[in-house]
Design a protein around this ligand. Structure first.
Ligand code: WT7
Length: 660
């Protein structure tokens, strides 16, 4: 089942022909305003990547210019070699020096609301943020943090999270941010892996109306490892917590007397900016390393182009900063673009299921970026929640994290975007640092389910295991053939794993682990992880397509598809289906299952028809919202669950599914 050799023949049955050209008004003002403009610039960027990226880098501040744009010894890239810059300087000081200090950098909104239903909102200007970041940077220095020391950050979505990361960047201390939903064991593993001696946490955070005891988890983590020497604690959720003498210290105490002037440290372009551990996989955490100059330029330019950012925009990405999406597209790529970035503390359903639409209406959000898993949840919650609010400020909608099935794409476009906003489906990874396949909103004609064409400078292709491009509309391995500025520089402390995972499947090319096809218009379609491909009677079936087939039935809200051993076909297809309404029982249930199977056969052909359908009210997901198909494979095969389940969000779901 988990064959990579056969995936170069992955078959595609998905038919989608709806096309949406860019809205004329947006195109007229866009940074990239026509297909011709995109084609021309793309060609230039591929023929002369060094010239192209030097041009982009010049839009930012460098303490010392680079000597050489690129040094490439596969699989090691160095960008802007010899140049010196600073991420925090480009996010903050530059804006203040340009006289824009009074403009809003971050709009923070609390989850909790008062008796009148009002949340707490903080507008942090570039000047405010610069002063707070400088204070905390000075405090960190005083606590003994030196350039190169890794600082672990385990915070909820509060302003101090943005402040702490920018303070680290300011003094050249790489950060390792751990998502606030992770456990004590996860903290310990990550702290040990990067040998971090400093931790920044909070008493707690708010999520769906309940407080999350972060310090308690952090204490648990610090019991499992003795590496943390200093733990700075933000008071936020007003939870009573123990403070350990000599180790734990309050954030408000360390910043009170600290000076608000702290010059940004000139960093070499290739100095480590941060480590971010990837989610969802088994075994040892994988610390993805990103460096300074290339990451900075790439996230700046992709933010500008993909979201077509202009003065006057209000931008909101709903991700947590604990994921790469938040690193790149709440903070590092957005602040240099001088557009306010909303940081919302909590969940989508507090106090009501319309919280996101309420936020968009109140802040007049123009550019909105969220995940397919959220969109499908909103569909399930019903259109009435959306219709309560005026969403006419929206101009562009983005998605990231998983393939978005055409049904959800259309709903997003129609119900949220009012049919007038381009949907920007961004394909990328923690490892790529920024968008790789992405519509240019003023230039690209979009089609539901496709992440369309490459970003500038990205030489991306669908190949077989010999690295040869496969024919149009044939599934294969998605590879990147040339280095790009924000590419990962390695896996922390594990050179072998870096080479094994990314550089050994197809010689000389970066493999992303995804299967894809390219259509006759040059648009890319992600077919799912290569490891998830199911070989049914010799045919390779992409899970994503069967899932889309199921979701296109009006009764279905979400579906996950896996293979299981089948006597005749080698593998059968098992589908786990969440319905929009209640789950029927007995004969009704059987009737619906038969109807769903027939529907898929009609949409995709009989080979893709599920053999087994299980109706469920929830699916096992990682905390970042990705379906854990390996658990579903074990459940479908009726065997004991193997492997790590520490990243699973709700463990009870597995037991429920086993009983179905
Ligand atoms: C994997 C990377 C990129 C930030 C969030 C996830 C899947 C991501 C898309 C998309 C289809 C997508 C891929 C990729 N993925 N975006 N637009 N269409 N698939 O980061 O945890 O590093 O996961 O997410 O499978 O390889 P990540």
């Amino acid at each position: 089942m988990s064959s990579t050799t056969n995936s170069d023949q992955m078959q595609s049955a998905l038919q989608e022909s709806r096309k949406f050209p860019p809205p004329a008004a947006l195109a007229a003002e866009a940074h990239v305003g026509s297909p011709e403009a995109y084609e021309k610039l793309y060609k230039e960027s591929i023929e002369d990547p060094e010239g192209f990226w030097a041009g982009a880098a010049k839009e930012m501040h460098w303490f010392k210019p680079w000597d050489k744009v690129l040094e490439w010894n596969c699989p090691d890239a160095k960008w802007f070699v010899g140049g010196q810059t600073n991420l925090s300087y480009n996010c903050l000081d530059r804006q203040v020096e340009a006289g824009l200090g009074d403009q809003t950098a971050i709009i923070w909104e609390s989850e909790a609301v008062d008796a009148k239903g009002k949340p707490t909102v903080l507008n942090l200007t570039y000047s405010d943020l610069l002063s707070k970041v400088s204070k905390f940077a000075n405090a960190l220095k005083k606590l003994g943090v030196k350039k190169g020391d890794v600082v672990t950050i385990y915070l909820p979505m509060i302003p101090e999270l943005a402040i702490a990361m920018l303070a680290c960047a300011r003094i050249g201390a790489p950060h390792s941010i751990i998502f606030g939903g992770f456990s004590a064991q996860a903290i310990c593993d990550r702290v040990n892996n990067c040998e971090s001696r400093f931790l920044v946490t909070a008493d707690g955070g708010w999520r769906r109306g309940k407080s999350v005891p972060l310090k308690k988890n952090a204490d648990g983590g610090m019991e499992l490892t003795d590496r943390i020497e200093t733990c700075v604690v933000v008071k936020h959720a007003q939870i009573d917590i123990p403070m350990k003498d000599g180790r734990d210290i309050w954030y408000h105490d360390v910043v009170t007397d600290a000076s608000d002037v702290c010059p940004a440290e000139p960093m070499d372009s290739e100095d480590l900016a941060f480590i971010l551990y990837t989610s969802g996989s088994t075994g040892k955490p994988k610390g993805i390393m990103h460096t300074t100059g290339g990451y900075m330029v790439y996230t700046y330019l992709t933010s500008k182009i993909s979201f077509d950012l202009h003065p006057g925009d209000v931008y909101w990405c709903t991700a947590d900063i604990g994921w790469i999406t938040g690193h790149s597209y709440i903070i590092y790529g957005i602040l240099p673009n001088r557009v306010p970035s909303i940081m919302y503390e909590g969940g989508p359903n507090h106090p009501g299921n319309d919280r996101f639409w309420d936020i968009i209406e109140r802040h007049k959000v123009t550019k909105f970026y969220t995940a397919p898993t959220a969109i499908r949840t909103f569909m399930k919650w019903g259109d009435a929640e959306v219709e309560k609010h005026d969403l006419s400020s929206l101009k562009l909608l983005g998605t990231v994290g998983e393939p978005i099935n055409p049904e959800a794409w259309m709903w997003y476009r129609e119900k949220i975007g009012g049919g007038r906003c381009p949907v920007v489906d961004t394909w990328w990874q923690t490892e790529t640092g920024g968008h790789m396949l992405v519509p240019k909103p003023g230039a690209t004609t979009t089609t539901p389910g496709s992440c369309t064409t490459p970003f500038f400078g990205i030489d991306i292709a669908v190949v077989n295991s010999d690295g040869e491009e496969v024919p149009t509309n044939t599934g294969g391995i998605l590879v990147i053939r040339k280095p790009w500025p924000a590419m990962l520089r390695g896996v922390f402390g594990d050179r072998e794993r870096y080479i094994d995972t990314y550089w050994s499947k197809v010689k000389g090319m970066y493999t992303a682990g995804d299967g894809a096809r390219k259509d006759e218009d040059g648009n890319f379609w992600i077919m799912g992880r290569i490891d998830d491909v199911i070989i049914v009677a010799g045919h390779n079936i992409g899970t994503m397509e069967v899932e889309s087939g199921l979701v296109s039935h009006p009764a279905v809200a979400e579906a996950a598809v896996v293979g299981y051993p089948h006597d005749i076909k080698g593998n059968g297809i098992a589908a786990f289906v969440i319905l929009r309404g209640d789950i029927p029982v007995g004969e009704e249930a059987e009737k619906l299952k038969a109807e769903l199977a027939k529907h898929v056969a009609k949409e995709l052909g009989p080979i893709s028809k599920p053999d087994v359908i299980k109706l469920t009210d929830a699916l096992p997901k990682t905390r970042s919202g990705k379906i854990m198909r390996r658990l579903l494979r074990d459940i479908a095969a009726g065997v004991e669950i193997k492997g790590d389940i520490t990243t699973l969000e709700d463990k009870s779901i597995v037991e429920k599914l086993q009983k179905r």
